[in-house]
Write a protein that binds this ligand. Sequence first.
Ligand SMILES: C[S@@+](CC[C@H](N)C(=O)[O-])C[C@H]1O[C@@H](n2cnc3c(N)ncnc32)[C@H](O)[C@@H]1O
Length: 278
Amino acid sequence: MLRSTFTPLLHTIPSKPKPPNLFSHSISISLSQSPPTVRQNASPTATTTTTNPLHNLSPTSAYIHLPFCRKRCHYCDFPIVALGSSSTQTNDINNDPRISNYIHLLCREIKATNSQFNHNPPLKTVFFGGGTPSLLLPKLVSLVLETLNLKFGLCLDAEISMEMDPGTFDVVKMKELMGLGVNRVSLGVQAFQDELLKACGRAHGVDEVHEAIGVVGICGVENWSMDLISSLPRQTPQMWEESLLLTINARPKHVSVYDLQVERGTKFGILEVESRAS
Ligand SMILES: C[S@@+](CC[C@H](N)C(=O)[O-])C[C@H]1O[C@@H](n2cnc3c(N)ncnc32)[C@H](O)[C@@H]1O
């Protein structure tokens, strides 16, 4: 991981984040890294010392996978459903029953999750990842948060993050999400050049990128990050420099740079195989 001397910090991540397994649960609850407190150890229900101490730790974070996108990007091998619409039809997508059905099942799964712990401290972090979580209507986000709160509890100052794609939200939606507690945004920009965005099959252009950065600023989201992809086909060093400069000008708190990974079965993967064969 490289760290630049500029502000904001630039994290170069050579490999993309690992997609959640298609068949794994759409909610994952992670354990606190800290050992049980003295009070927990003193509890009459505490397990004996022969038990793995990790088993005594309570969940502190929830990752919620929301696998819906307008379309599949040409590099993407994540477990997602492409709802099949352009950015101009985002309202239709918001109301797609596949999303609401999924959310209702997800909430049932949260309720059915056996936390196995006697003392559940409230969750400290919730991360809505995707997919494109910002496609969701705020009322569905609210339902998930309420369900998590009822099941596990949520700290009053919990960090609630959401991956958001340009072209899927405006000031009204951002403010509604903030009203529900979303206080950290991860913006999937990838590139600042229309030809690159088009070449990698993004559902948005550069205008929507600038609009999204503007919305985040107007709404006063302080804790936000931006994703970029390097080594895209047709990306020149000048384009890369331009993307980095525009990123720095936008002043996100954090930047994640992923070097393109051409995955088997994706459009880029198929093109690569074809070009090798010819
Ligand atoms: C979970 S994905 C975010 C999905 C989000 N809806 C989006 O596309 O903006 C997190 C980041 O992984 C990166 N990524 C995904 N697939 C990649 C690949 N094959 N090579 C490099 N980076 C990738 C992108 O930068 C993306 O923003």
